[in-house]
Design a protein around this ligand. Structure first.
Ligand code: XLS
Ligand code: CA
Ligand code: CA
Length: 436
């Protein structure tokens, strides 16, 4: 059985090709700055958007044509596994990510869910073995089940805290079995609606308590290399999400002494919802030495919610990948397409076309970013802009050789302080040259 019968393995054909099912820029083995494109980019497919999303929206039912659907939820789950590995192989993507709820039906109880998971995970393990595709990260979906109506680890209901812990434990067991490289915590409903009835301090402490248990458990089962990733998002579904953005999440990790094992999984659309650019969020993480992995997508500036579109904005992708290069790479994280096809792209083949679009955009972004690095484009600008710290009083400030009294003495002597224009428009115009 094949799920993508019209699709052969996608090959690099170059930018002149008219074949829509070919890469025009992504050439996996091509060397860029001493490393293959494939190793720079470490692409991953997101199970939820690609194999589960049906295209429903608040105004209408699902429209996506998906040949793995049957009347039997376990049969559908198995079909999805087959279909997913077929797609990974055809795209040449080496990683995937999933929530527990994406891969197996919940059934009637937690017990039944775990049993279903065991059966499906066995099948996934077999497929991974056969194909060499690896698990970038998995996660426990602790937001869609009605039991999580008031949050998971942050719930006011201790029974729910326990259920959420059990789901996380199962997730870590699955990670160990599948050799997962990272494990994500996105705080879906870890936030609040109103302070009138919320003990914010207790809720945040409880989240930290769960993470301590998680670290202990991973060590106990000899899965201590697993990297835990916190994924910030400012809103949706909750009005106030605790992990608002990278800086807020780092404050939390530092406060509860979790930075040894936790890094950040950053998503482009979550960055823009928080009022930041993606590259801002990545740089914040880098400054804390906490860049873990990336969820590649893009929002729509005309809409105020999490649209999770496939990334095709070359300008933003170029600056994203520049940050990754500055970080010395993204491993053991990756570039995970946390993106869904638009509702009007409802055919099976659109799943292929959308991933090709994302992969080609990142390949172009990588090449542009590599050129920026080779040219020392930003370095030169910044060296000049901060030159006042290279000598005199600036050098004294940087080497901590001064104090308020000395600085006042110096300041009183400065009669004609000159600032320089940034010429930012000229810089932006030069930056555009890298896109062609
Ligand atoms: C939702 C998040 C979610 C996480 C994993 O907005 O992006 O999908 O990546 O739970
Ligand atoms: Ca995400
Ligand atoms: Ca999102």
């Amino acid at each position: 059985m094949t799920y993508f019968p019209t699709i052969e393995k996608i090959k690099f054909e170059g930018k002149e090709t008219e074949n829509p099912f070919a890469f025009r820029y992504y050439n996996p083995e091509e060397m860029v700055l001493g490393k293959t494109m494939k190793d720079h980019l470490r692409f991953s497919v997101a199970y939820w958007h690609t194999f589960v999303n049906d295209g429903a929206d608040p105004f209408g039912q699902g429209v996506n044509q998906r040949t793995w659907l049957t009347d039997d939820p376990m049969k559908t789950a198995k079909n999805r596994v087959e279909a997913s590995f077929e797609l990974f192989e055809k795209l040449g993507v080496e990683y995937f990510c999933f929530h527990d709820m994406d891969v197996a039906p919940f059934g009637e109880s937690l017990e039944e869910f775990f049993k279903n998971l065991d059966e499906i995970v066995e099948l996934i393990a077999k497929k991974m073995e056969e194909t060499g595709v690896k698990l970038l990260w998995n996660t426990a979906d602790r937001h869609s089940n009605p039991v999580y109506v008031n949050g998971a680890a942050s719930s006011n209901n201790a029974d729910v805290f326990a259920i959420s812990a059990a789901q996380v434990k199962k997730g870590i067991d699955i990670s160990k079995k599948l050799g997962g490289e990272n494990f994500v915590f996105w705080g879906g409903r870890e936030g609040y609606e109103s302070l009138i009835n919320t003990d914010m301090k207790l809720e945040e402490e409880n989240i930290a308590r769960l993470y301590k248990m998680v670290i202990d458990y991973s060590n106990e089962i000899d899965h201590g290399d697993l990297v835990f990733l916190l994924e910030p998002k400012p809103k949706e579904p909750m009005k106030h999400q605790y992990d608002f953005d990278a800086a807020t999440s780092m404050a939390f990790l530092q406060k509860y002494d979790l930075t040894d094992r936790f890094k950040l999984n950053l998503e482009a659309n979550h960055a823009t919802l928080a009022g930041h650019t993606f590259e801002h969020e990545i740089q914040v993480a880098r400054n804390y030495d906490a860049l873990g992995s990336l969820d590649a997508n893009q929002g729509d500036m005309l809409l105020g919610w999490d649209t999770d579109e496939f990334p095709t904005d070359l300008y933003s992708v170029m600056l994203t990948i520049y940050e990754v290069l500055e970080n010395g790479g993204i491993a053991p994280g990756g570039i995970n397409f946390d993106a869904k096809v638009r509702r009007t792209s409802f055919e099976m083949e659109d799943l292929v076309l959308a991933h090709i679009a994302g992969m080609d955009t990142f390949a172009r972004g990588l090449k542009a970013a590599a050129k920026l690095k080779e040219d020392r484009f930003f370095e030169k600008i910044k060296e000049e802009r901060y030159a006042s710290y290279q000598e005199g009083i600036g050098a004294d400030i940087l080497s901590n050789q001064t104090n308020l009294k000395l600085l006042t003495e110096y300041a009183l002597k400065q009669k004609n302080v000159q600032n320089k224009s940034s010429h930012i428009e000229y810089i932006k115009s030069k930056l555009n040259d890298y896109l062609v």
